[in-house]
Design a binder for this molecule. Structure first.
Ligand code: COA
Length: 259
């Protein structure tokens, strides 16, 4: 699939997606959103893709935010539509049945921090910086940032970052639980791939069910414990569950088919 603003590479079931606007520090403009929209359709439907890494091009920025040049003269209604578009795409990242992880290789500001937070987890390079600087522009995050930041690091820390526009470095991000690991920049992709290579050997429907159940924690329309009962039960109707248990008893490696 050809994209205007994304580079993609599929290797061993892992799709590496590079947001490729290096001159603008990979800022999210309309084209990036359109490409992410198409990309997600591909991720959801293409059986060759088992998991996804999102990274920014270059070594300075993951994504330095929404493209500020597109904010120009938006009306109140157009502002809402922009937030709706961003939230819709980031929700589909969060709800993806296939793991999507962010490799934060530099600035993750505004919409960039929101994109990283929509991913299932984050790994940062040691030069990464996180922040929600929207109040500098007379704005607030619009792509789910006020909600996911509070979910991930707690309300007190989130509100401090939101209202001060302060950035935090990678070490602070790991201490806050915003990222799982901090590694040197040249080890970032390999760290992500080493984790996903393990994930890709697991039963895909069970992996998807774990993501769905964990997401239910923050979905007010669902009771997460009931969701877990349903998903646990549904696993017993899969071929992979039978294969997994038989393989264990036969002391051999399971071969999962995603059925
Ligand atoms: N939207 C549009 N363009 C952006 C951008 C954004 N969010 N962030 C960076 N850019 C552009 C700059 O305008 C500049 O373009 P130019 O070379 O055509 O002038 C280019 O990317 C490089 O950025 P620059 O500011 O020169 O780099 P820097 O190293 O001096 O500073 C940042 C890096 C990240 C601190 C700075 O770019 C910045 O504060 N960006 C905006 C962050 C932000 O507020 N994001 C939230 C938006 S809601």
């Amino acid at each position: 699939m050809a994209y205007q603003t994304l580079l993609t590479e599929l290797e061993n079931g892992i799709l590496t997606v590079t947001i490729n606007r290096p001159d603008k520090l990979n800022a999210l403009n309309k084209d990036v959103f359109n490409d992410l929209d198409t990309l997600l359709k591909q991720v959801y439907t293409d059986n060759q893709i088992q998991s996804v890494i999102i990274i920014g091009s270059g070594n300075k920025a993951f994504v330095a935010g929404a493209d500020i040049t597109e904010f120009g003269n938006l009306s109140v209604e157009q502002g809402k539509q922009l937030a709706k578009r961003g939230q819709d795409i980031f929700d589909r990242i969060e709800q993806s049945p296939k793991p999507i992880i962010a490799c934060v290789n530099g600035f993750a500001l505004g919409g960039g921090c929101e994109l990283a937070m929509a991913c299932h987890f984050r790994i940062a390079s040691d030069n990464a910086k996180f922040g929600q600087p929207e109040v500098n522009l007379g704005l607030i995050p619009g792509y789910g940032g006020t909600q996911r930041l509070a979910q991930l690091i707690g309300k007190g820390r989130a509100i401090e970052l939101l209202i001060s526009a302060n950035m935090i470095d990678a070490q602070t991000a790991v201490q806050y639980g915003l990222v799982n690991y901090v590694v040197p920049q040249d080890e970032l992709i390999n760290k992500a791939k080493s984790i996903l290579q393990i994930v890709n050997t697991k039963a895909p429907l069970a992996v998807a069910a774990c993501i769905k159940a964990a997401n239910a924690v923050w979905n007010e329309s669902k009771n997460g414990f009931n969701e877990e009962i349903e998903l646990f039960g549904s696993c017993f109707g899969t071929e992979d569950m039978k294969e997994g248990t038989i393989a264990f008893l036969e002391k051999r490696k399971a071969h999962f088919t995603g059925k």
